[in-house]
Write a protein that binds this ligand. Sequence first.
Ligand code: PEP
Ligand code: MN
Length: 688
Amino acid sequence: MTEHRNTTEQQPDTTGLRQSLDEVDSGIVRLIAQRSGLIADIARVKETGTSAIQDADRERHVLDGVEAVATELGVSANLVRRIFRELISDSVAQQARHLNGDQGGRVRVAFQGAAHAYSDSAAQKYLAGRGLDGELTGYRTFREAAAALLAGDADLAVLPIENTTAGSINEVYALLREHELYIVGEETWKVDHCLAAAADVPLSALRRILSHPQGLEQCAQFLQTLPNAVPATYFDTAGAMRAVAAAGDPSLGAIGSAEAAAAHGLVILRHSIADSADNFTRFVVLSPAAATVDVRIPCKTSLILVTRHEEGALLRCLEVLSGSGHSMTKLESRPRPGRPWEYLFFLDFEGNAAGPRTAAALDELRSAALYIKVLGSYPAKALRHRPRPGDLPGPQGSQAPADTLEAVAAAQAPAARKSRQYRLVDRAARQADTVVRVGDLLVGGDGFAVMAGPCSVESSEQINATARFVRDHGAHVLRGGVFKPRTSPYAFQGLGWDGLDLLVTAGRETGLPVVTEVMAVDQVQRMAKAADILQVGARNMQNFDLLRELGKVDRPVLLKRGLSSTIEEWLAAAEYIVAQGNQQVILCERGIRTFESATRNTLDLSAVVVVRERSHLPVIVDPSHGTGLRQYVAPMAWAARAVGAHGLLIEVHPAPEKALSDADQSLSFDEFESMMRGLAAVPGPRRS
Ligand code: PEP
Ligand code: MN
């Protein structure tokens, strides 16, 4: 597409400047060599010591230091940080080589794909980092590459195991399970696709674009901008480049790496065309024998685990790891072959089996699990950079903190108090507040979420009018019961699934997410598809089957406190949900039974401060059920905000006196409006 510019015009002479630039560049390389010399000296000093070669504080110090210099000089701090991350990673590899006594040498490496495929580049990078020379051979499939290794035709195989866009590569997991193969290393590669063709043609001249299906998928948005081209799948990206070069047809394009394009003499028409800029693949380096790595080198250990056929078996295994201070970096479940509906897990964690702490944890894990295969301990490449306090987005920012079982297990926190009946929901397991995401609303942390609507959905007019009103007056979530837990079987029981449709429609039309009560195990899956938050009513707080079922769905759960439950029982009930893997639990204080009869229940606002101390889960307050009388609702709502609740659940009805349930405690529209006005005047609590 480049036009030939008129070169007869007077061009400024850049020769001198370019010469200066070349000098600066070779100066940079000389400085890198000087740095590398110093690293070698440090490695020799560390040889006799016991300290780890990777020191997170020191790394942070180095990065902060160079960033400060960059800022002072007006160059991009981000650029400098990226360059230094690579330099530091190289230094760590250099020291690791030294400690492990790696001599360098020549190895035969198998990979999948054609020459210049991403796997080829990753294998080269791995070898370079270890000072090894390689004889690399590409095989058609992953299985053929593994077979070459097992047959002794290769010393190592470098195979992709996961991609940050496309996820895990199941076939490689299957190979690890089926064969005596061990992981001795890992490598990461940033996948950066370009579009190349045989000639420098305008994009509109392209008719067909060849690539691996993943390459095409990862550039789908870009491909849509090409007016005349259709995608065509090819067995790998480098092969697609080769085919386009061989055809010499200028209407053909290929998507793959810039290296592959250059190797086949193609012209790059566009760089970095993937839809997501951060697209990384992690590769594992396989060998027929396990390797032992010096304990001072930061390692990861990978294993295959089959849990016992007992409730909470996986949780117990993970507790062995978190309890011994091991951060889990990956957990992948795969079907257990020949055993329908049974699973095995592939688990990665930071640790080295050669060290006593990890060795002891592996022993404990062996007795906790049904089967374990340690796939290897190997120098970690993809250690997670722990975020610095200033890097974390605010709780009301666009990103919630990680809210997964992994995050809890990985948290660097003191061990849970043994006397408690819960561990994962314990504040000791996670210092930071859990923030539960509901659409683009964040519940927990610094926010204050108001959930409002009728006790029961009664008709489309009733729910629509209420939805509009509460939305227009500051509510964030629409509530409405459709399955009602009524004391008398003769009382209104709710509209059931028809009511849910009405609620969901009202929510959609007003743009509000909806919360509704789920009463039975067999309602959970269906309700999880429609409602944004699943409420567990006070009467069901210890319906353990229901709680467990809710732990299996990927939906936030609002767990009300039982009528006569202690705070400890309530948190243990939350633990049931969380222990199944669903961390998205919002607690709701709704009043408890006491001797007092002036109110329907006694709203225990002290529970809010206790729960916030004992658990990281968000806690909201329901003053409607908590008092049972509408005149007390607003003052208790204001008080709830003042003591640090993360939100409110409020019953509102267009004509409270006619409500089919909980008429006495439902606010009229006017009362809701005045409650909300008063709320704005209550200063938000100071959050610790
Ligand atoms: C409700 O929210 O309508 C309800 C039935 O609440 P609880 O379970 O707290 O009584
Ligand atoms: Mn109610």
